[in-house]
Ligand binder design. Structure first.
Ligand code: SAH
Length: 411
């Protein structure tokens, strides 16, 4: 093991850092722990943003020239720079990425027995703009900023060194790439990416699509919330809306549900639900319905179908702040309709992964939905994203997943 005293001079691959100078007093948020610089905080006379290339490595400096850290800049983005390292001896470089990956891996190895988890959660793992999901020996990587895109070779080399993966897919299709002026693509970075991979969660097995297809991967963030289902589903009729490949529905069946209906608009996802039900020996108790979730709810209600447990885990309805009004209304309507197909004293598990819909707002609009249809709610449990999605306490955006377990009673 090397000690600090033995650490050689800065690694040779460390990039050259151009200075990025802030305006007076704009360093305070960074000193308090934040990692982002907004474009209006830059002293553009000293360091014009137009003089930088997207993703260029920079040293971020206070107005008096004192260094705050190294990272990267993107003149095209509102968040125009992010700090990756505050330590001058270990600036943003391939070897720093290796170090951060090892720290991230250490946490996951402590948390989980098997190699199925989110390995890197961006700022939450002090690797701004980088997301890595691990599927055993296959990695799915998202380079969500111009800085990480530019460091692609270093990121891949670092992943190769720390994990020796068999294959890596670059799932650079996230909408956040557009805010950075980056194209949305999916490419194989190396190896042969299999069509599907098998993962384990809470002792159950799931086959997950990876290559091809639009929606791929697994939502590891719900692991602990899916585990909560066990105590509510014994002998129950369960409705899993937006089921994708059956994370909730198959878990419910495996934990003793009498009958599960998984609804999704994607036929390919529902084929996987059936496969995953078989994989866990519960295929006799899991049915699928290909439909729009709202339409399915209306039809189920008209047919007087009732469920003891309804799970609502939709895609983000509010991706941008300007969608807040329409998205909020969609959550309200969806929750109201779900309550209308719940049996007496039923359980509603309702989630939102929209960062802009804060926990208090989700609680309020679910409550409003209940009042609208004359139901009373009891909040039984509140869930967050699983710990392989660590939250950076200074950066609210790293915390996004809300889950409520509610009992819904007639007024
Ligand atoms: N609950 C899932 C994650 C949801 S991903 C899990 O635990 O893994 C979002 C899913 O919603 C996708 O499978 C997508 O096909 C589906 N979807 C999106 N809009 C829909 C709609 N209007 N009706 C039904 N399904 C929809």
């Amino acid at each position: 093991m090397s000690t600090a005293a033995e650490t050689p001079a800065p690694a040779p691959e460390a990039p050259a850092f151009a200075p990025l100078r802030l305006r007076p007093r704009e360093e305070r948020r960074l000193r308090a722990g934040h990692l982002w610089v907004y474009s209006n905080e830059v002293d553009t006379r000293a360091t014009p943003l137009a003089g930088f290339e997207p993703g260029e490595p920079v040293e971020i400096q206070a107005a008096d020239g004192r260094p705050l850290g190294t990272g990267y800049v993107n003149p095209r983005s509102l968040i125009c720079a992010r700090i990756v390292s505050r330590d001058r001896r270990h600036p943003f470089s391939r070897s720093l990425i290796v170090h951060r990956l090892k720290v991230a891996l250490g946490l996951r190895e402590r948390l989980f027995e098997g190699p199925w988890y989110r390995l890197v959660h961006g700022e939450g793992d002090r690797l701004p703009g980088l997301v890595v999901d691990r599927y055993g020996e296959v990695l799915a990587v998202q380079l969500n900023t111009a800085g990480m895109e530019r460091a692609r070779a270093d990121v891949l080399a670092a992943l190769g060194k720390v994990l020796r993966p068999r294959a890596v897919v670059l799932r650079n299709d996230s909408p956040v790439r557009e805010l950075e002026g980056l194209p949305r693509t999916v490419e194989v970075a190396w190896g042969e990416v299999p069509e599907t991979v098998e993962i384990e969660e809470n002792g159950l097995r799931f086959r997950v699509p990876l290559a091809g297809g639009q929606k791929t991967g697994w939502f590891y963030d719900q692991r602990d919330n899916r585990a909560r289902l066990a105590r509510y589903v014994r002998g129950a009729r369960v409705l899993d809306l937006f089921s994708y490949v059956g994370g909730w529905g198959v878990t419910a069946a495996a934990r003793g549900a009498a009958e599960v209906l998984c609804v999704d608009s994607s036929g390919a996802a529902l084929e996987r639900v059936a496969g995953n039900a078989r994989l866990n020996g519960v295929d006799g108790r899991v049915r699928t319905l290909r439909a729009d979730a709202f339409e399915a709810l209306a039809r189920l209600r008209a047919a007087r179908e009732r469920f003891d447990v309804v799970v609502l885990d939709p895609p983000a309805f509010v991706r941008r702040r300007r969608d807040l009004k329409a998205g909020t209304e969609a959550y309200r309507r969806l929750n109201r309709m779900a309550m209308q197909v719940l049996a007496r004293d039923g359980i509603l598990v309702t989630c939102s992964c929209s960062f802009h819909v804060e926990r208090a707002l989700l609680a309020r609009l679910v409550h409003e939905a209940a009042r609208h249809v004359d139901r009373n709610l009891q909040v039984l449990e509140q869930g967050h994203q699983a710990p392989d999605h660590p939250v950076h306490p200074a950066i609210p955006e790293t915390e996004y997943l809300k889950c409520f377990v509610l009992r819904v009673s007639l007024a």
